[in-house]
Design a protein around this ligand. Sequence first.
Ligand code: NDP
Length: 329
Amino acid sequence: MGEIRAILVDKDAAGGYRAAVTRLDEADLMEGDVTVRITHSTVNYKDGLAITGRAPVVRRFPMIPGVDFAGIVERSEHPALKPGDAVLLNGWGCGETHYGAYADKARVKGDWLIPLPAGLSAAEVMAVGTAGFTAMLCLMALEKHGATPADGPAIVTGAAGGVGSTAISFLARAGWHVIASTGRPEEADYLKGLGASEIIERAELSGPVKPLAKERWAAGIDSVGSTTLANVLSMTRYGGAIAACGLAGGMDLPTTVAPFILRGVALLGVDCVLASRERRIAVWDRIARDLDKAKLATMTETIGFDDLMRVAPEILAGKVRGRLVVEMG
Ligand code: NDP
């Protein structure tokens, strides 16, 4: 075993947080029955938080951040995996409690790995990544609730971000009339290209929250939380449902019970980290079936390992459009 390149985050005794590119002995990777050579990764909002330390997503120090990777199995003691297999991993605490993706290699539990879905390359699954996986979980949660495009439009908040961009394309593909809410109105053409039919300004959902406001949509996917989600709920039609997965605008939720008890609105919580293996395979199968690769290409920028430290604060500042793929090189 030799040396590998990695980003390592650590805290010093005084609580100071630092992240740096370093070299580690491969033998120092954490416990696991499979070693993967990472070929591609991505950058999600959570990865930005982990590198900068702006919120406590890392729960063990030192840590290699990065919640998603795709790569090739190098060594395996897992019965279902052998060297040369192409695999992907998203979630399971990688980059939070277990050494994650921003390294040349990862050693993980084989049960966390799933085969690359048919027809998708390592770069494409990372372009989808946790953000797109979560957007699909949200769409499937709405469908499980019984929501259909015939009910009315669907709102997507944080539209130009990773979850937002993928949510627009998946909802449009499933036949929904999509209303995209963004703080970047200059991205209107981009959002329409992904399948949005209408664009509204983020500010429309940032004002004071009324218990109930004019009904505007039947469903939604929210990655912003806070006042935005509270306004989305108060504007949801009778019997509608909103899938909530994010906190890009804040962790609070200044709502009232009015949308729930007077309009029967449902708030569906979505978590991707601990979704079961069976569920992950089902979600990735659906992504592989429904993904519009041309749209995916328009929302994706490719960067290198050396760009990671630079883009971490940028994604938190809402400056990254769509998705980033990291070619490990
Ligand atoms: P991105 O940074 O790519 O997208 C977030 C978007 O939210 C931005 O692009 C921006 O969209 C909007 N936004 C940012 N700041 C604010 C603000 N202060 N007020 C209102 N809108 C804002 O992040 P991701 O798409 O990777 O993640 C989005 C959220 O979803 C994060 O909170 C992340 O932690 C969460 N998440 C949760 C998961 C789960 O399992 N529950 C899994 C994946 C993500 P625009 O410029 O269009 O307004």
